[in-house]
Design a protein around this ligand. Structure first.
Ligand code: HEC
Ligand code: HEC
Ligand code: HEC
Ligand code: HEC
Length: 273
């Protein structure tokens, strides 16, 4: 079936899963500000170390030699007559593929998105838009069939005017993807200009995506009391909070089992060594 794919159930026109971009704490009566993990870290070294390198940490990253897992050594991939090429120049990563008008053009990869079992790539288009490329890298080991490029919609052509094309509405990061993969995401869409000025306080799923913005509770005298901390905005995350990202459109996440997901620790979630 057309919309059911390995990764994504992209329901056109469904809008965004959580209408308020301020994340899990939306609706809380507080003017709390996000302070960043460098504020939490010194007092919570153990949690910080556990979280570093976790899937939450890797949910979105600038494209660099260290973060890009795909093969960009002058390889090509053909999907229903469109041949795309992947290459690297001076530490930057490029794909030559069909653009908004269908013609082949060269695009620099701005960010990686997700990490396993596949990694996607975000490309900047005018209007402050980031778009998720339909060509993905299967990050599983070769023995398991991974280490290869594939297309999200393998069985059909996706022409440039299809909403499922990487330049289309359904692959628009600002609107469709961003708020579950980063912390304190603000879409900042300007209707009159048809532009996004999207911002985040941290690029990945960091401490305050689960624990709430920290300006009110970060002081030692507040933190020492759980009651006072919670009153000042600290969230003790529960299953429902996880599900605000782990269930729902636009893509078909794995079924979420809280006990299994936290069995190895609440901050770990790392690939097995
Ligand atoms: C000045 C030191 C300090 C800073 C900064 C700090 N904390 Fe804490 N935090 C503590 C102390 C002390 C406790 C209570 C004892 C403990 O569990 O370590 C605590 C407890 C917690 C708890 C457990 C609450 C409970 O009762 O289960 C969480 C969650 C937490 N902090 C998250 C954060 C986050 C997120 C940040 C950054 C936004 C942060 N803390 C910043 C010192 C700090
Ligand atoms: C702000 C959105 C968000 C919240 C809240 C969130 N997650 Fe995640 N989680 C993600 C994203 C995005 C990924 C995938 C990151 C990647 O692939 O790099 C992920 C990946 C994971 C993974 C590894 C992948 C997998 O399914 O095996 C586990 C386990 C996990 N999260 C557990 C939790 C638990 C437990 C909670 C609640 C305590 C939670 N998450 C809360 C967004 C979130
Ligand atoms: C409702 C929150 C949410 C939204 C919106 C969202 N994601 Fe995710 N994403 C997750 C979670 C949670 C995971 C990890 C757990 C899983 O895959 O089961 C994840 C994982 C991923 C992964 C890693 C591979 C995988 O399947 O685990 C990729 C790639 C990805 N997302 C891409 C996207 C793209 C592209 C969009 C926008 C079209 C998007 N995501 C929108 C929550 C979201
Ligand atoms: C994916 C969601 C998530 C993220 C991201 C996250 N935490 Fe937690 N954290 C939890 C959950 C769940 C608990 C356990 C809550 C409970 O007591 O039931 C927890 C507990 C804690 C505790 C209490 C002691 C412990 O280890 O159980 C501290 C302190 C803490 N977190 C700090 C942090 C800091 C600092 C960061 C960022 C480096 C962070 N957390 C990122 C979900 C998260």
């Amino acid at each position: 079936m057309r919309y059911l794919t390995l990764l994504a159930v992209l329901l056109s026109g469904c809008g965004t899963p959580r209408p308020d971009a301020s994340g899990p704490v939306a609706g809380l009566e507080t003017a709390a500000q996000y302070v960043g993990r460098e504020t939490c870290g010194p007092c919570h070294v153990e949690q910080l170390r556990a979280w570093e390198g976790s899937d939450h940490d890797l949910a979105m990253q600038p494209a660099t030699e260290d973060t890009v897992l795909g093969d960009f050594e002058d390889v090509t991939y053909t999907h229903h007559g469109v041949t795309s090429s992947f290459y690297e120049r001076d530490g930057k990563f490029f794909v030559r593929t069909d653009g908004p008008g269908g013609e082949l053009r060269d695009y620099e990869v701005a960010y990686t998105f997700g990490v396993r079992p596949l990694q996607q790539y975000l490309i900047e288009l005018p209007g402050g838009r980031l778009q998720a490329l339909g060509l993905c890298w299967d990050t599983r080991p070769a023995e398991q069939g991974g280490q290869r490029w594939f297309h999200l919609y393998p069985d059909e052509p996706i022409p440039h005017d299809d909403p499922l094309h990487w330049t289309g509405r359904n692959q628009n990061w600002n609107y469709m993807c961003a708020e579950c993969h980063s912390t304190n995401l603000r879409k900042n869409y300007d209707l009159a200009q048809d532009r996004f000025d999207t911002t985040w306080s941290e690029i990945d799923v960091s401490c305050e995506a689960c624990h709430g913005p920290g300006s009110g509770y970060k002081a030692m005298d507040v933190m020492k009391s759980r009651e006072a901390s919670v009153a000042a905005g600290l969230i003790i995350p529960d299953e429902a909070l996880c599900k605000s990202c782990h269930v729902g459109a636009p893509h078909d996440q794995k079924p979420f089992d809280y006990a299994a997901a936290t069995a190895a620790g609440v901050h770990q979630h790392k690939p097995k060594p």
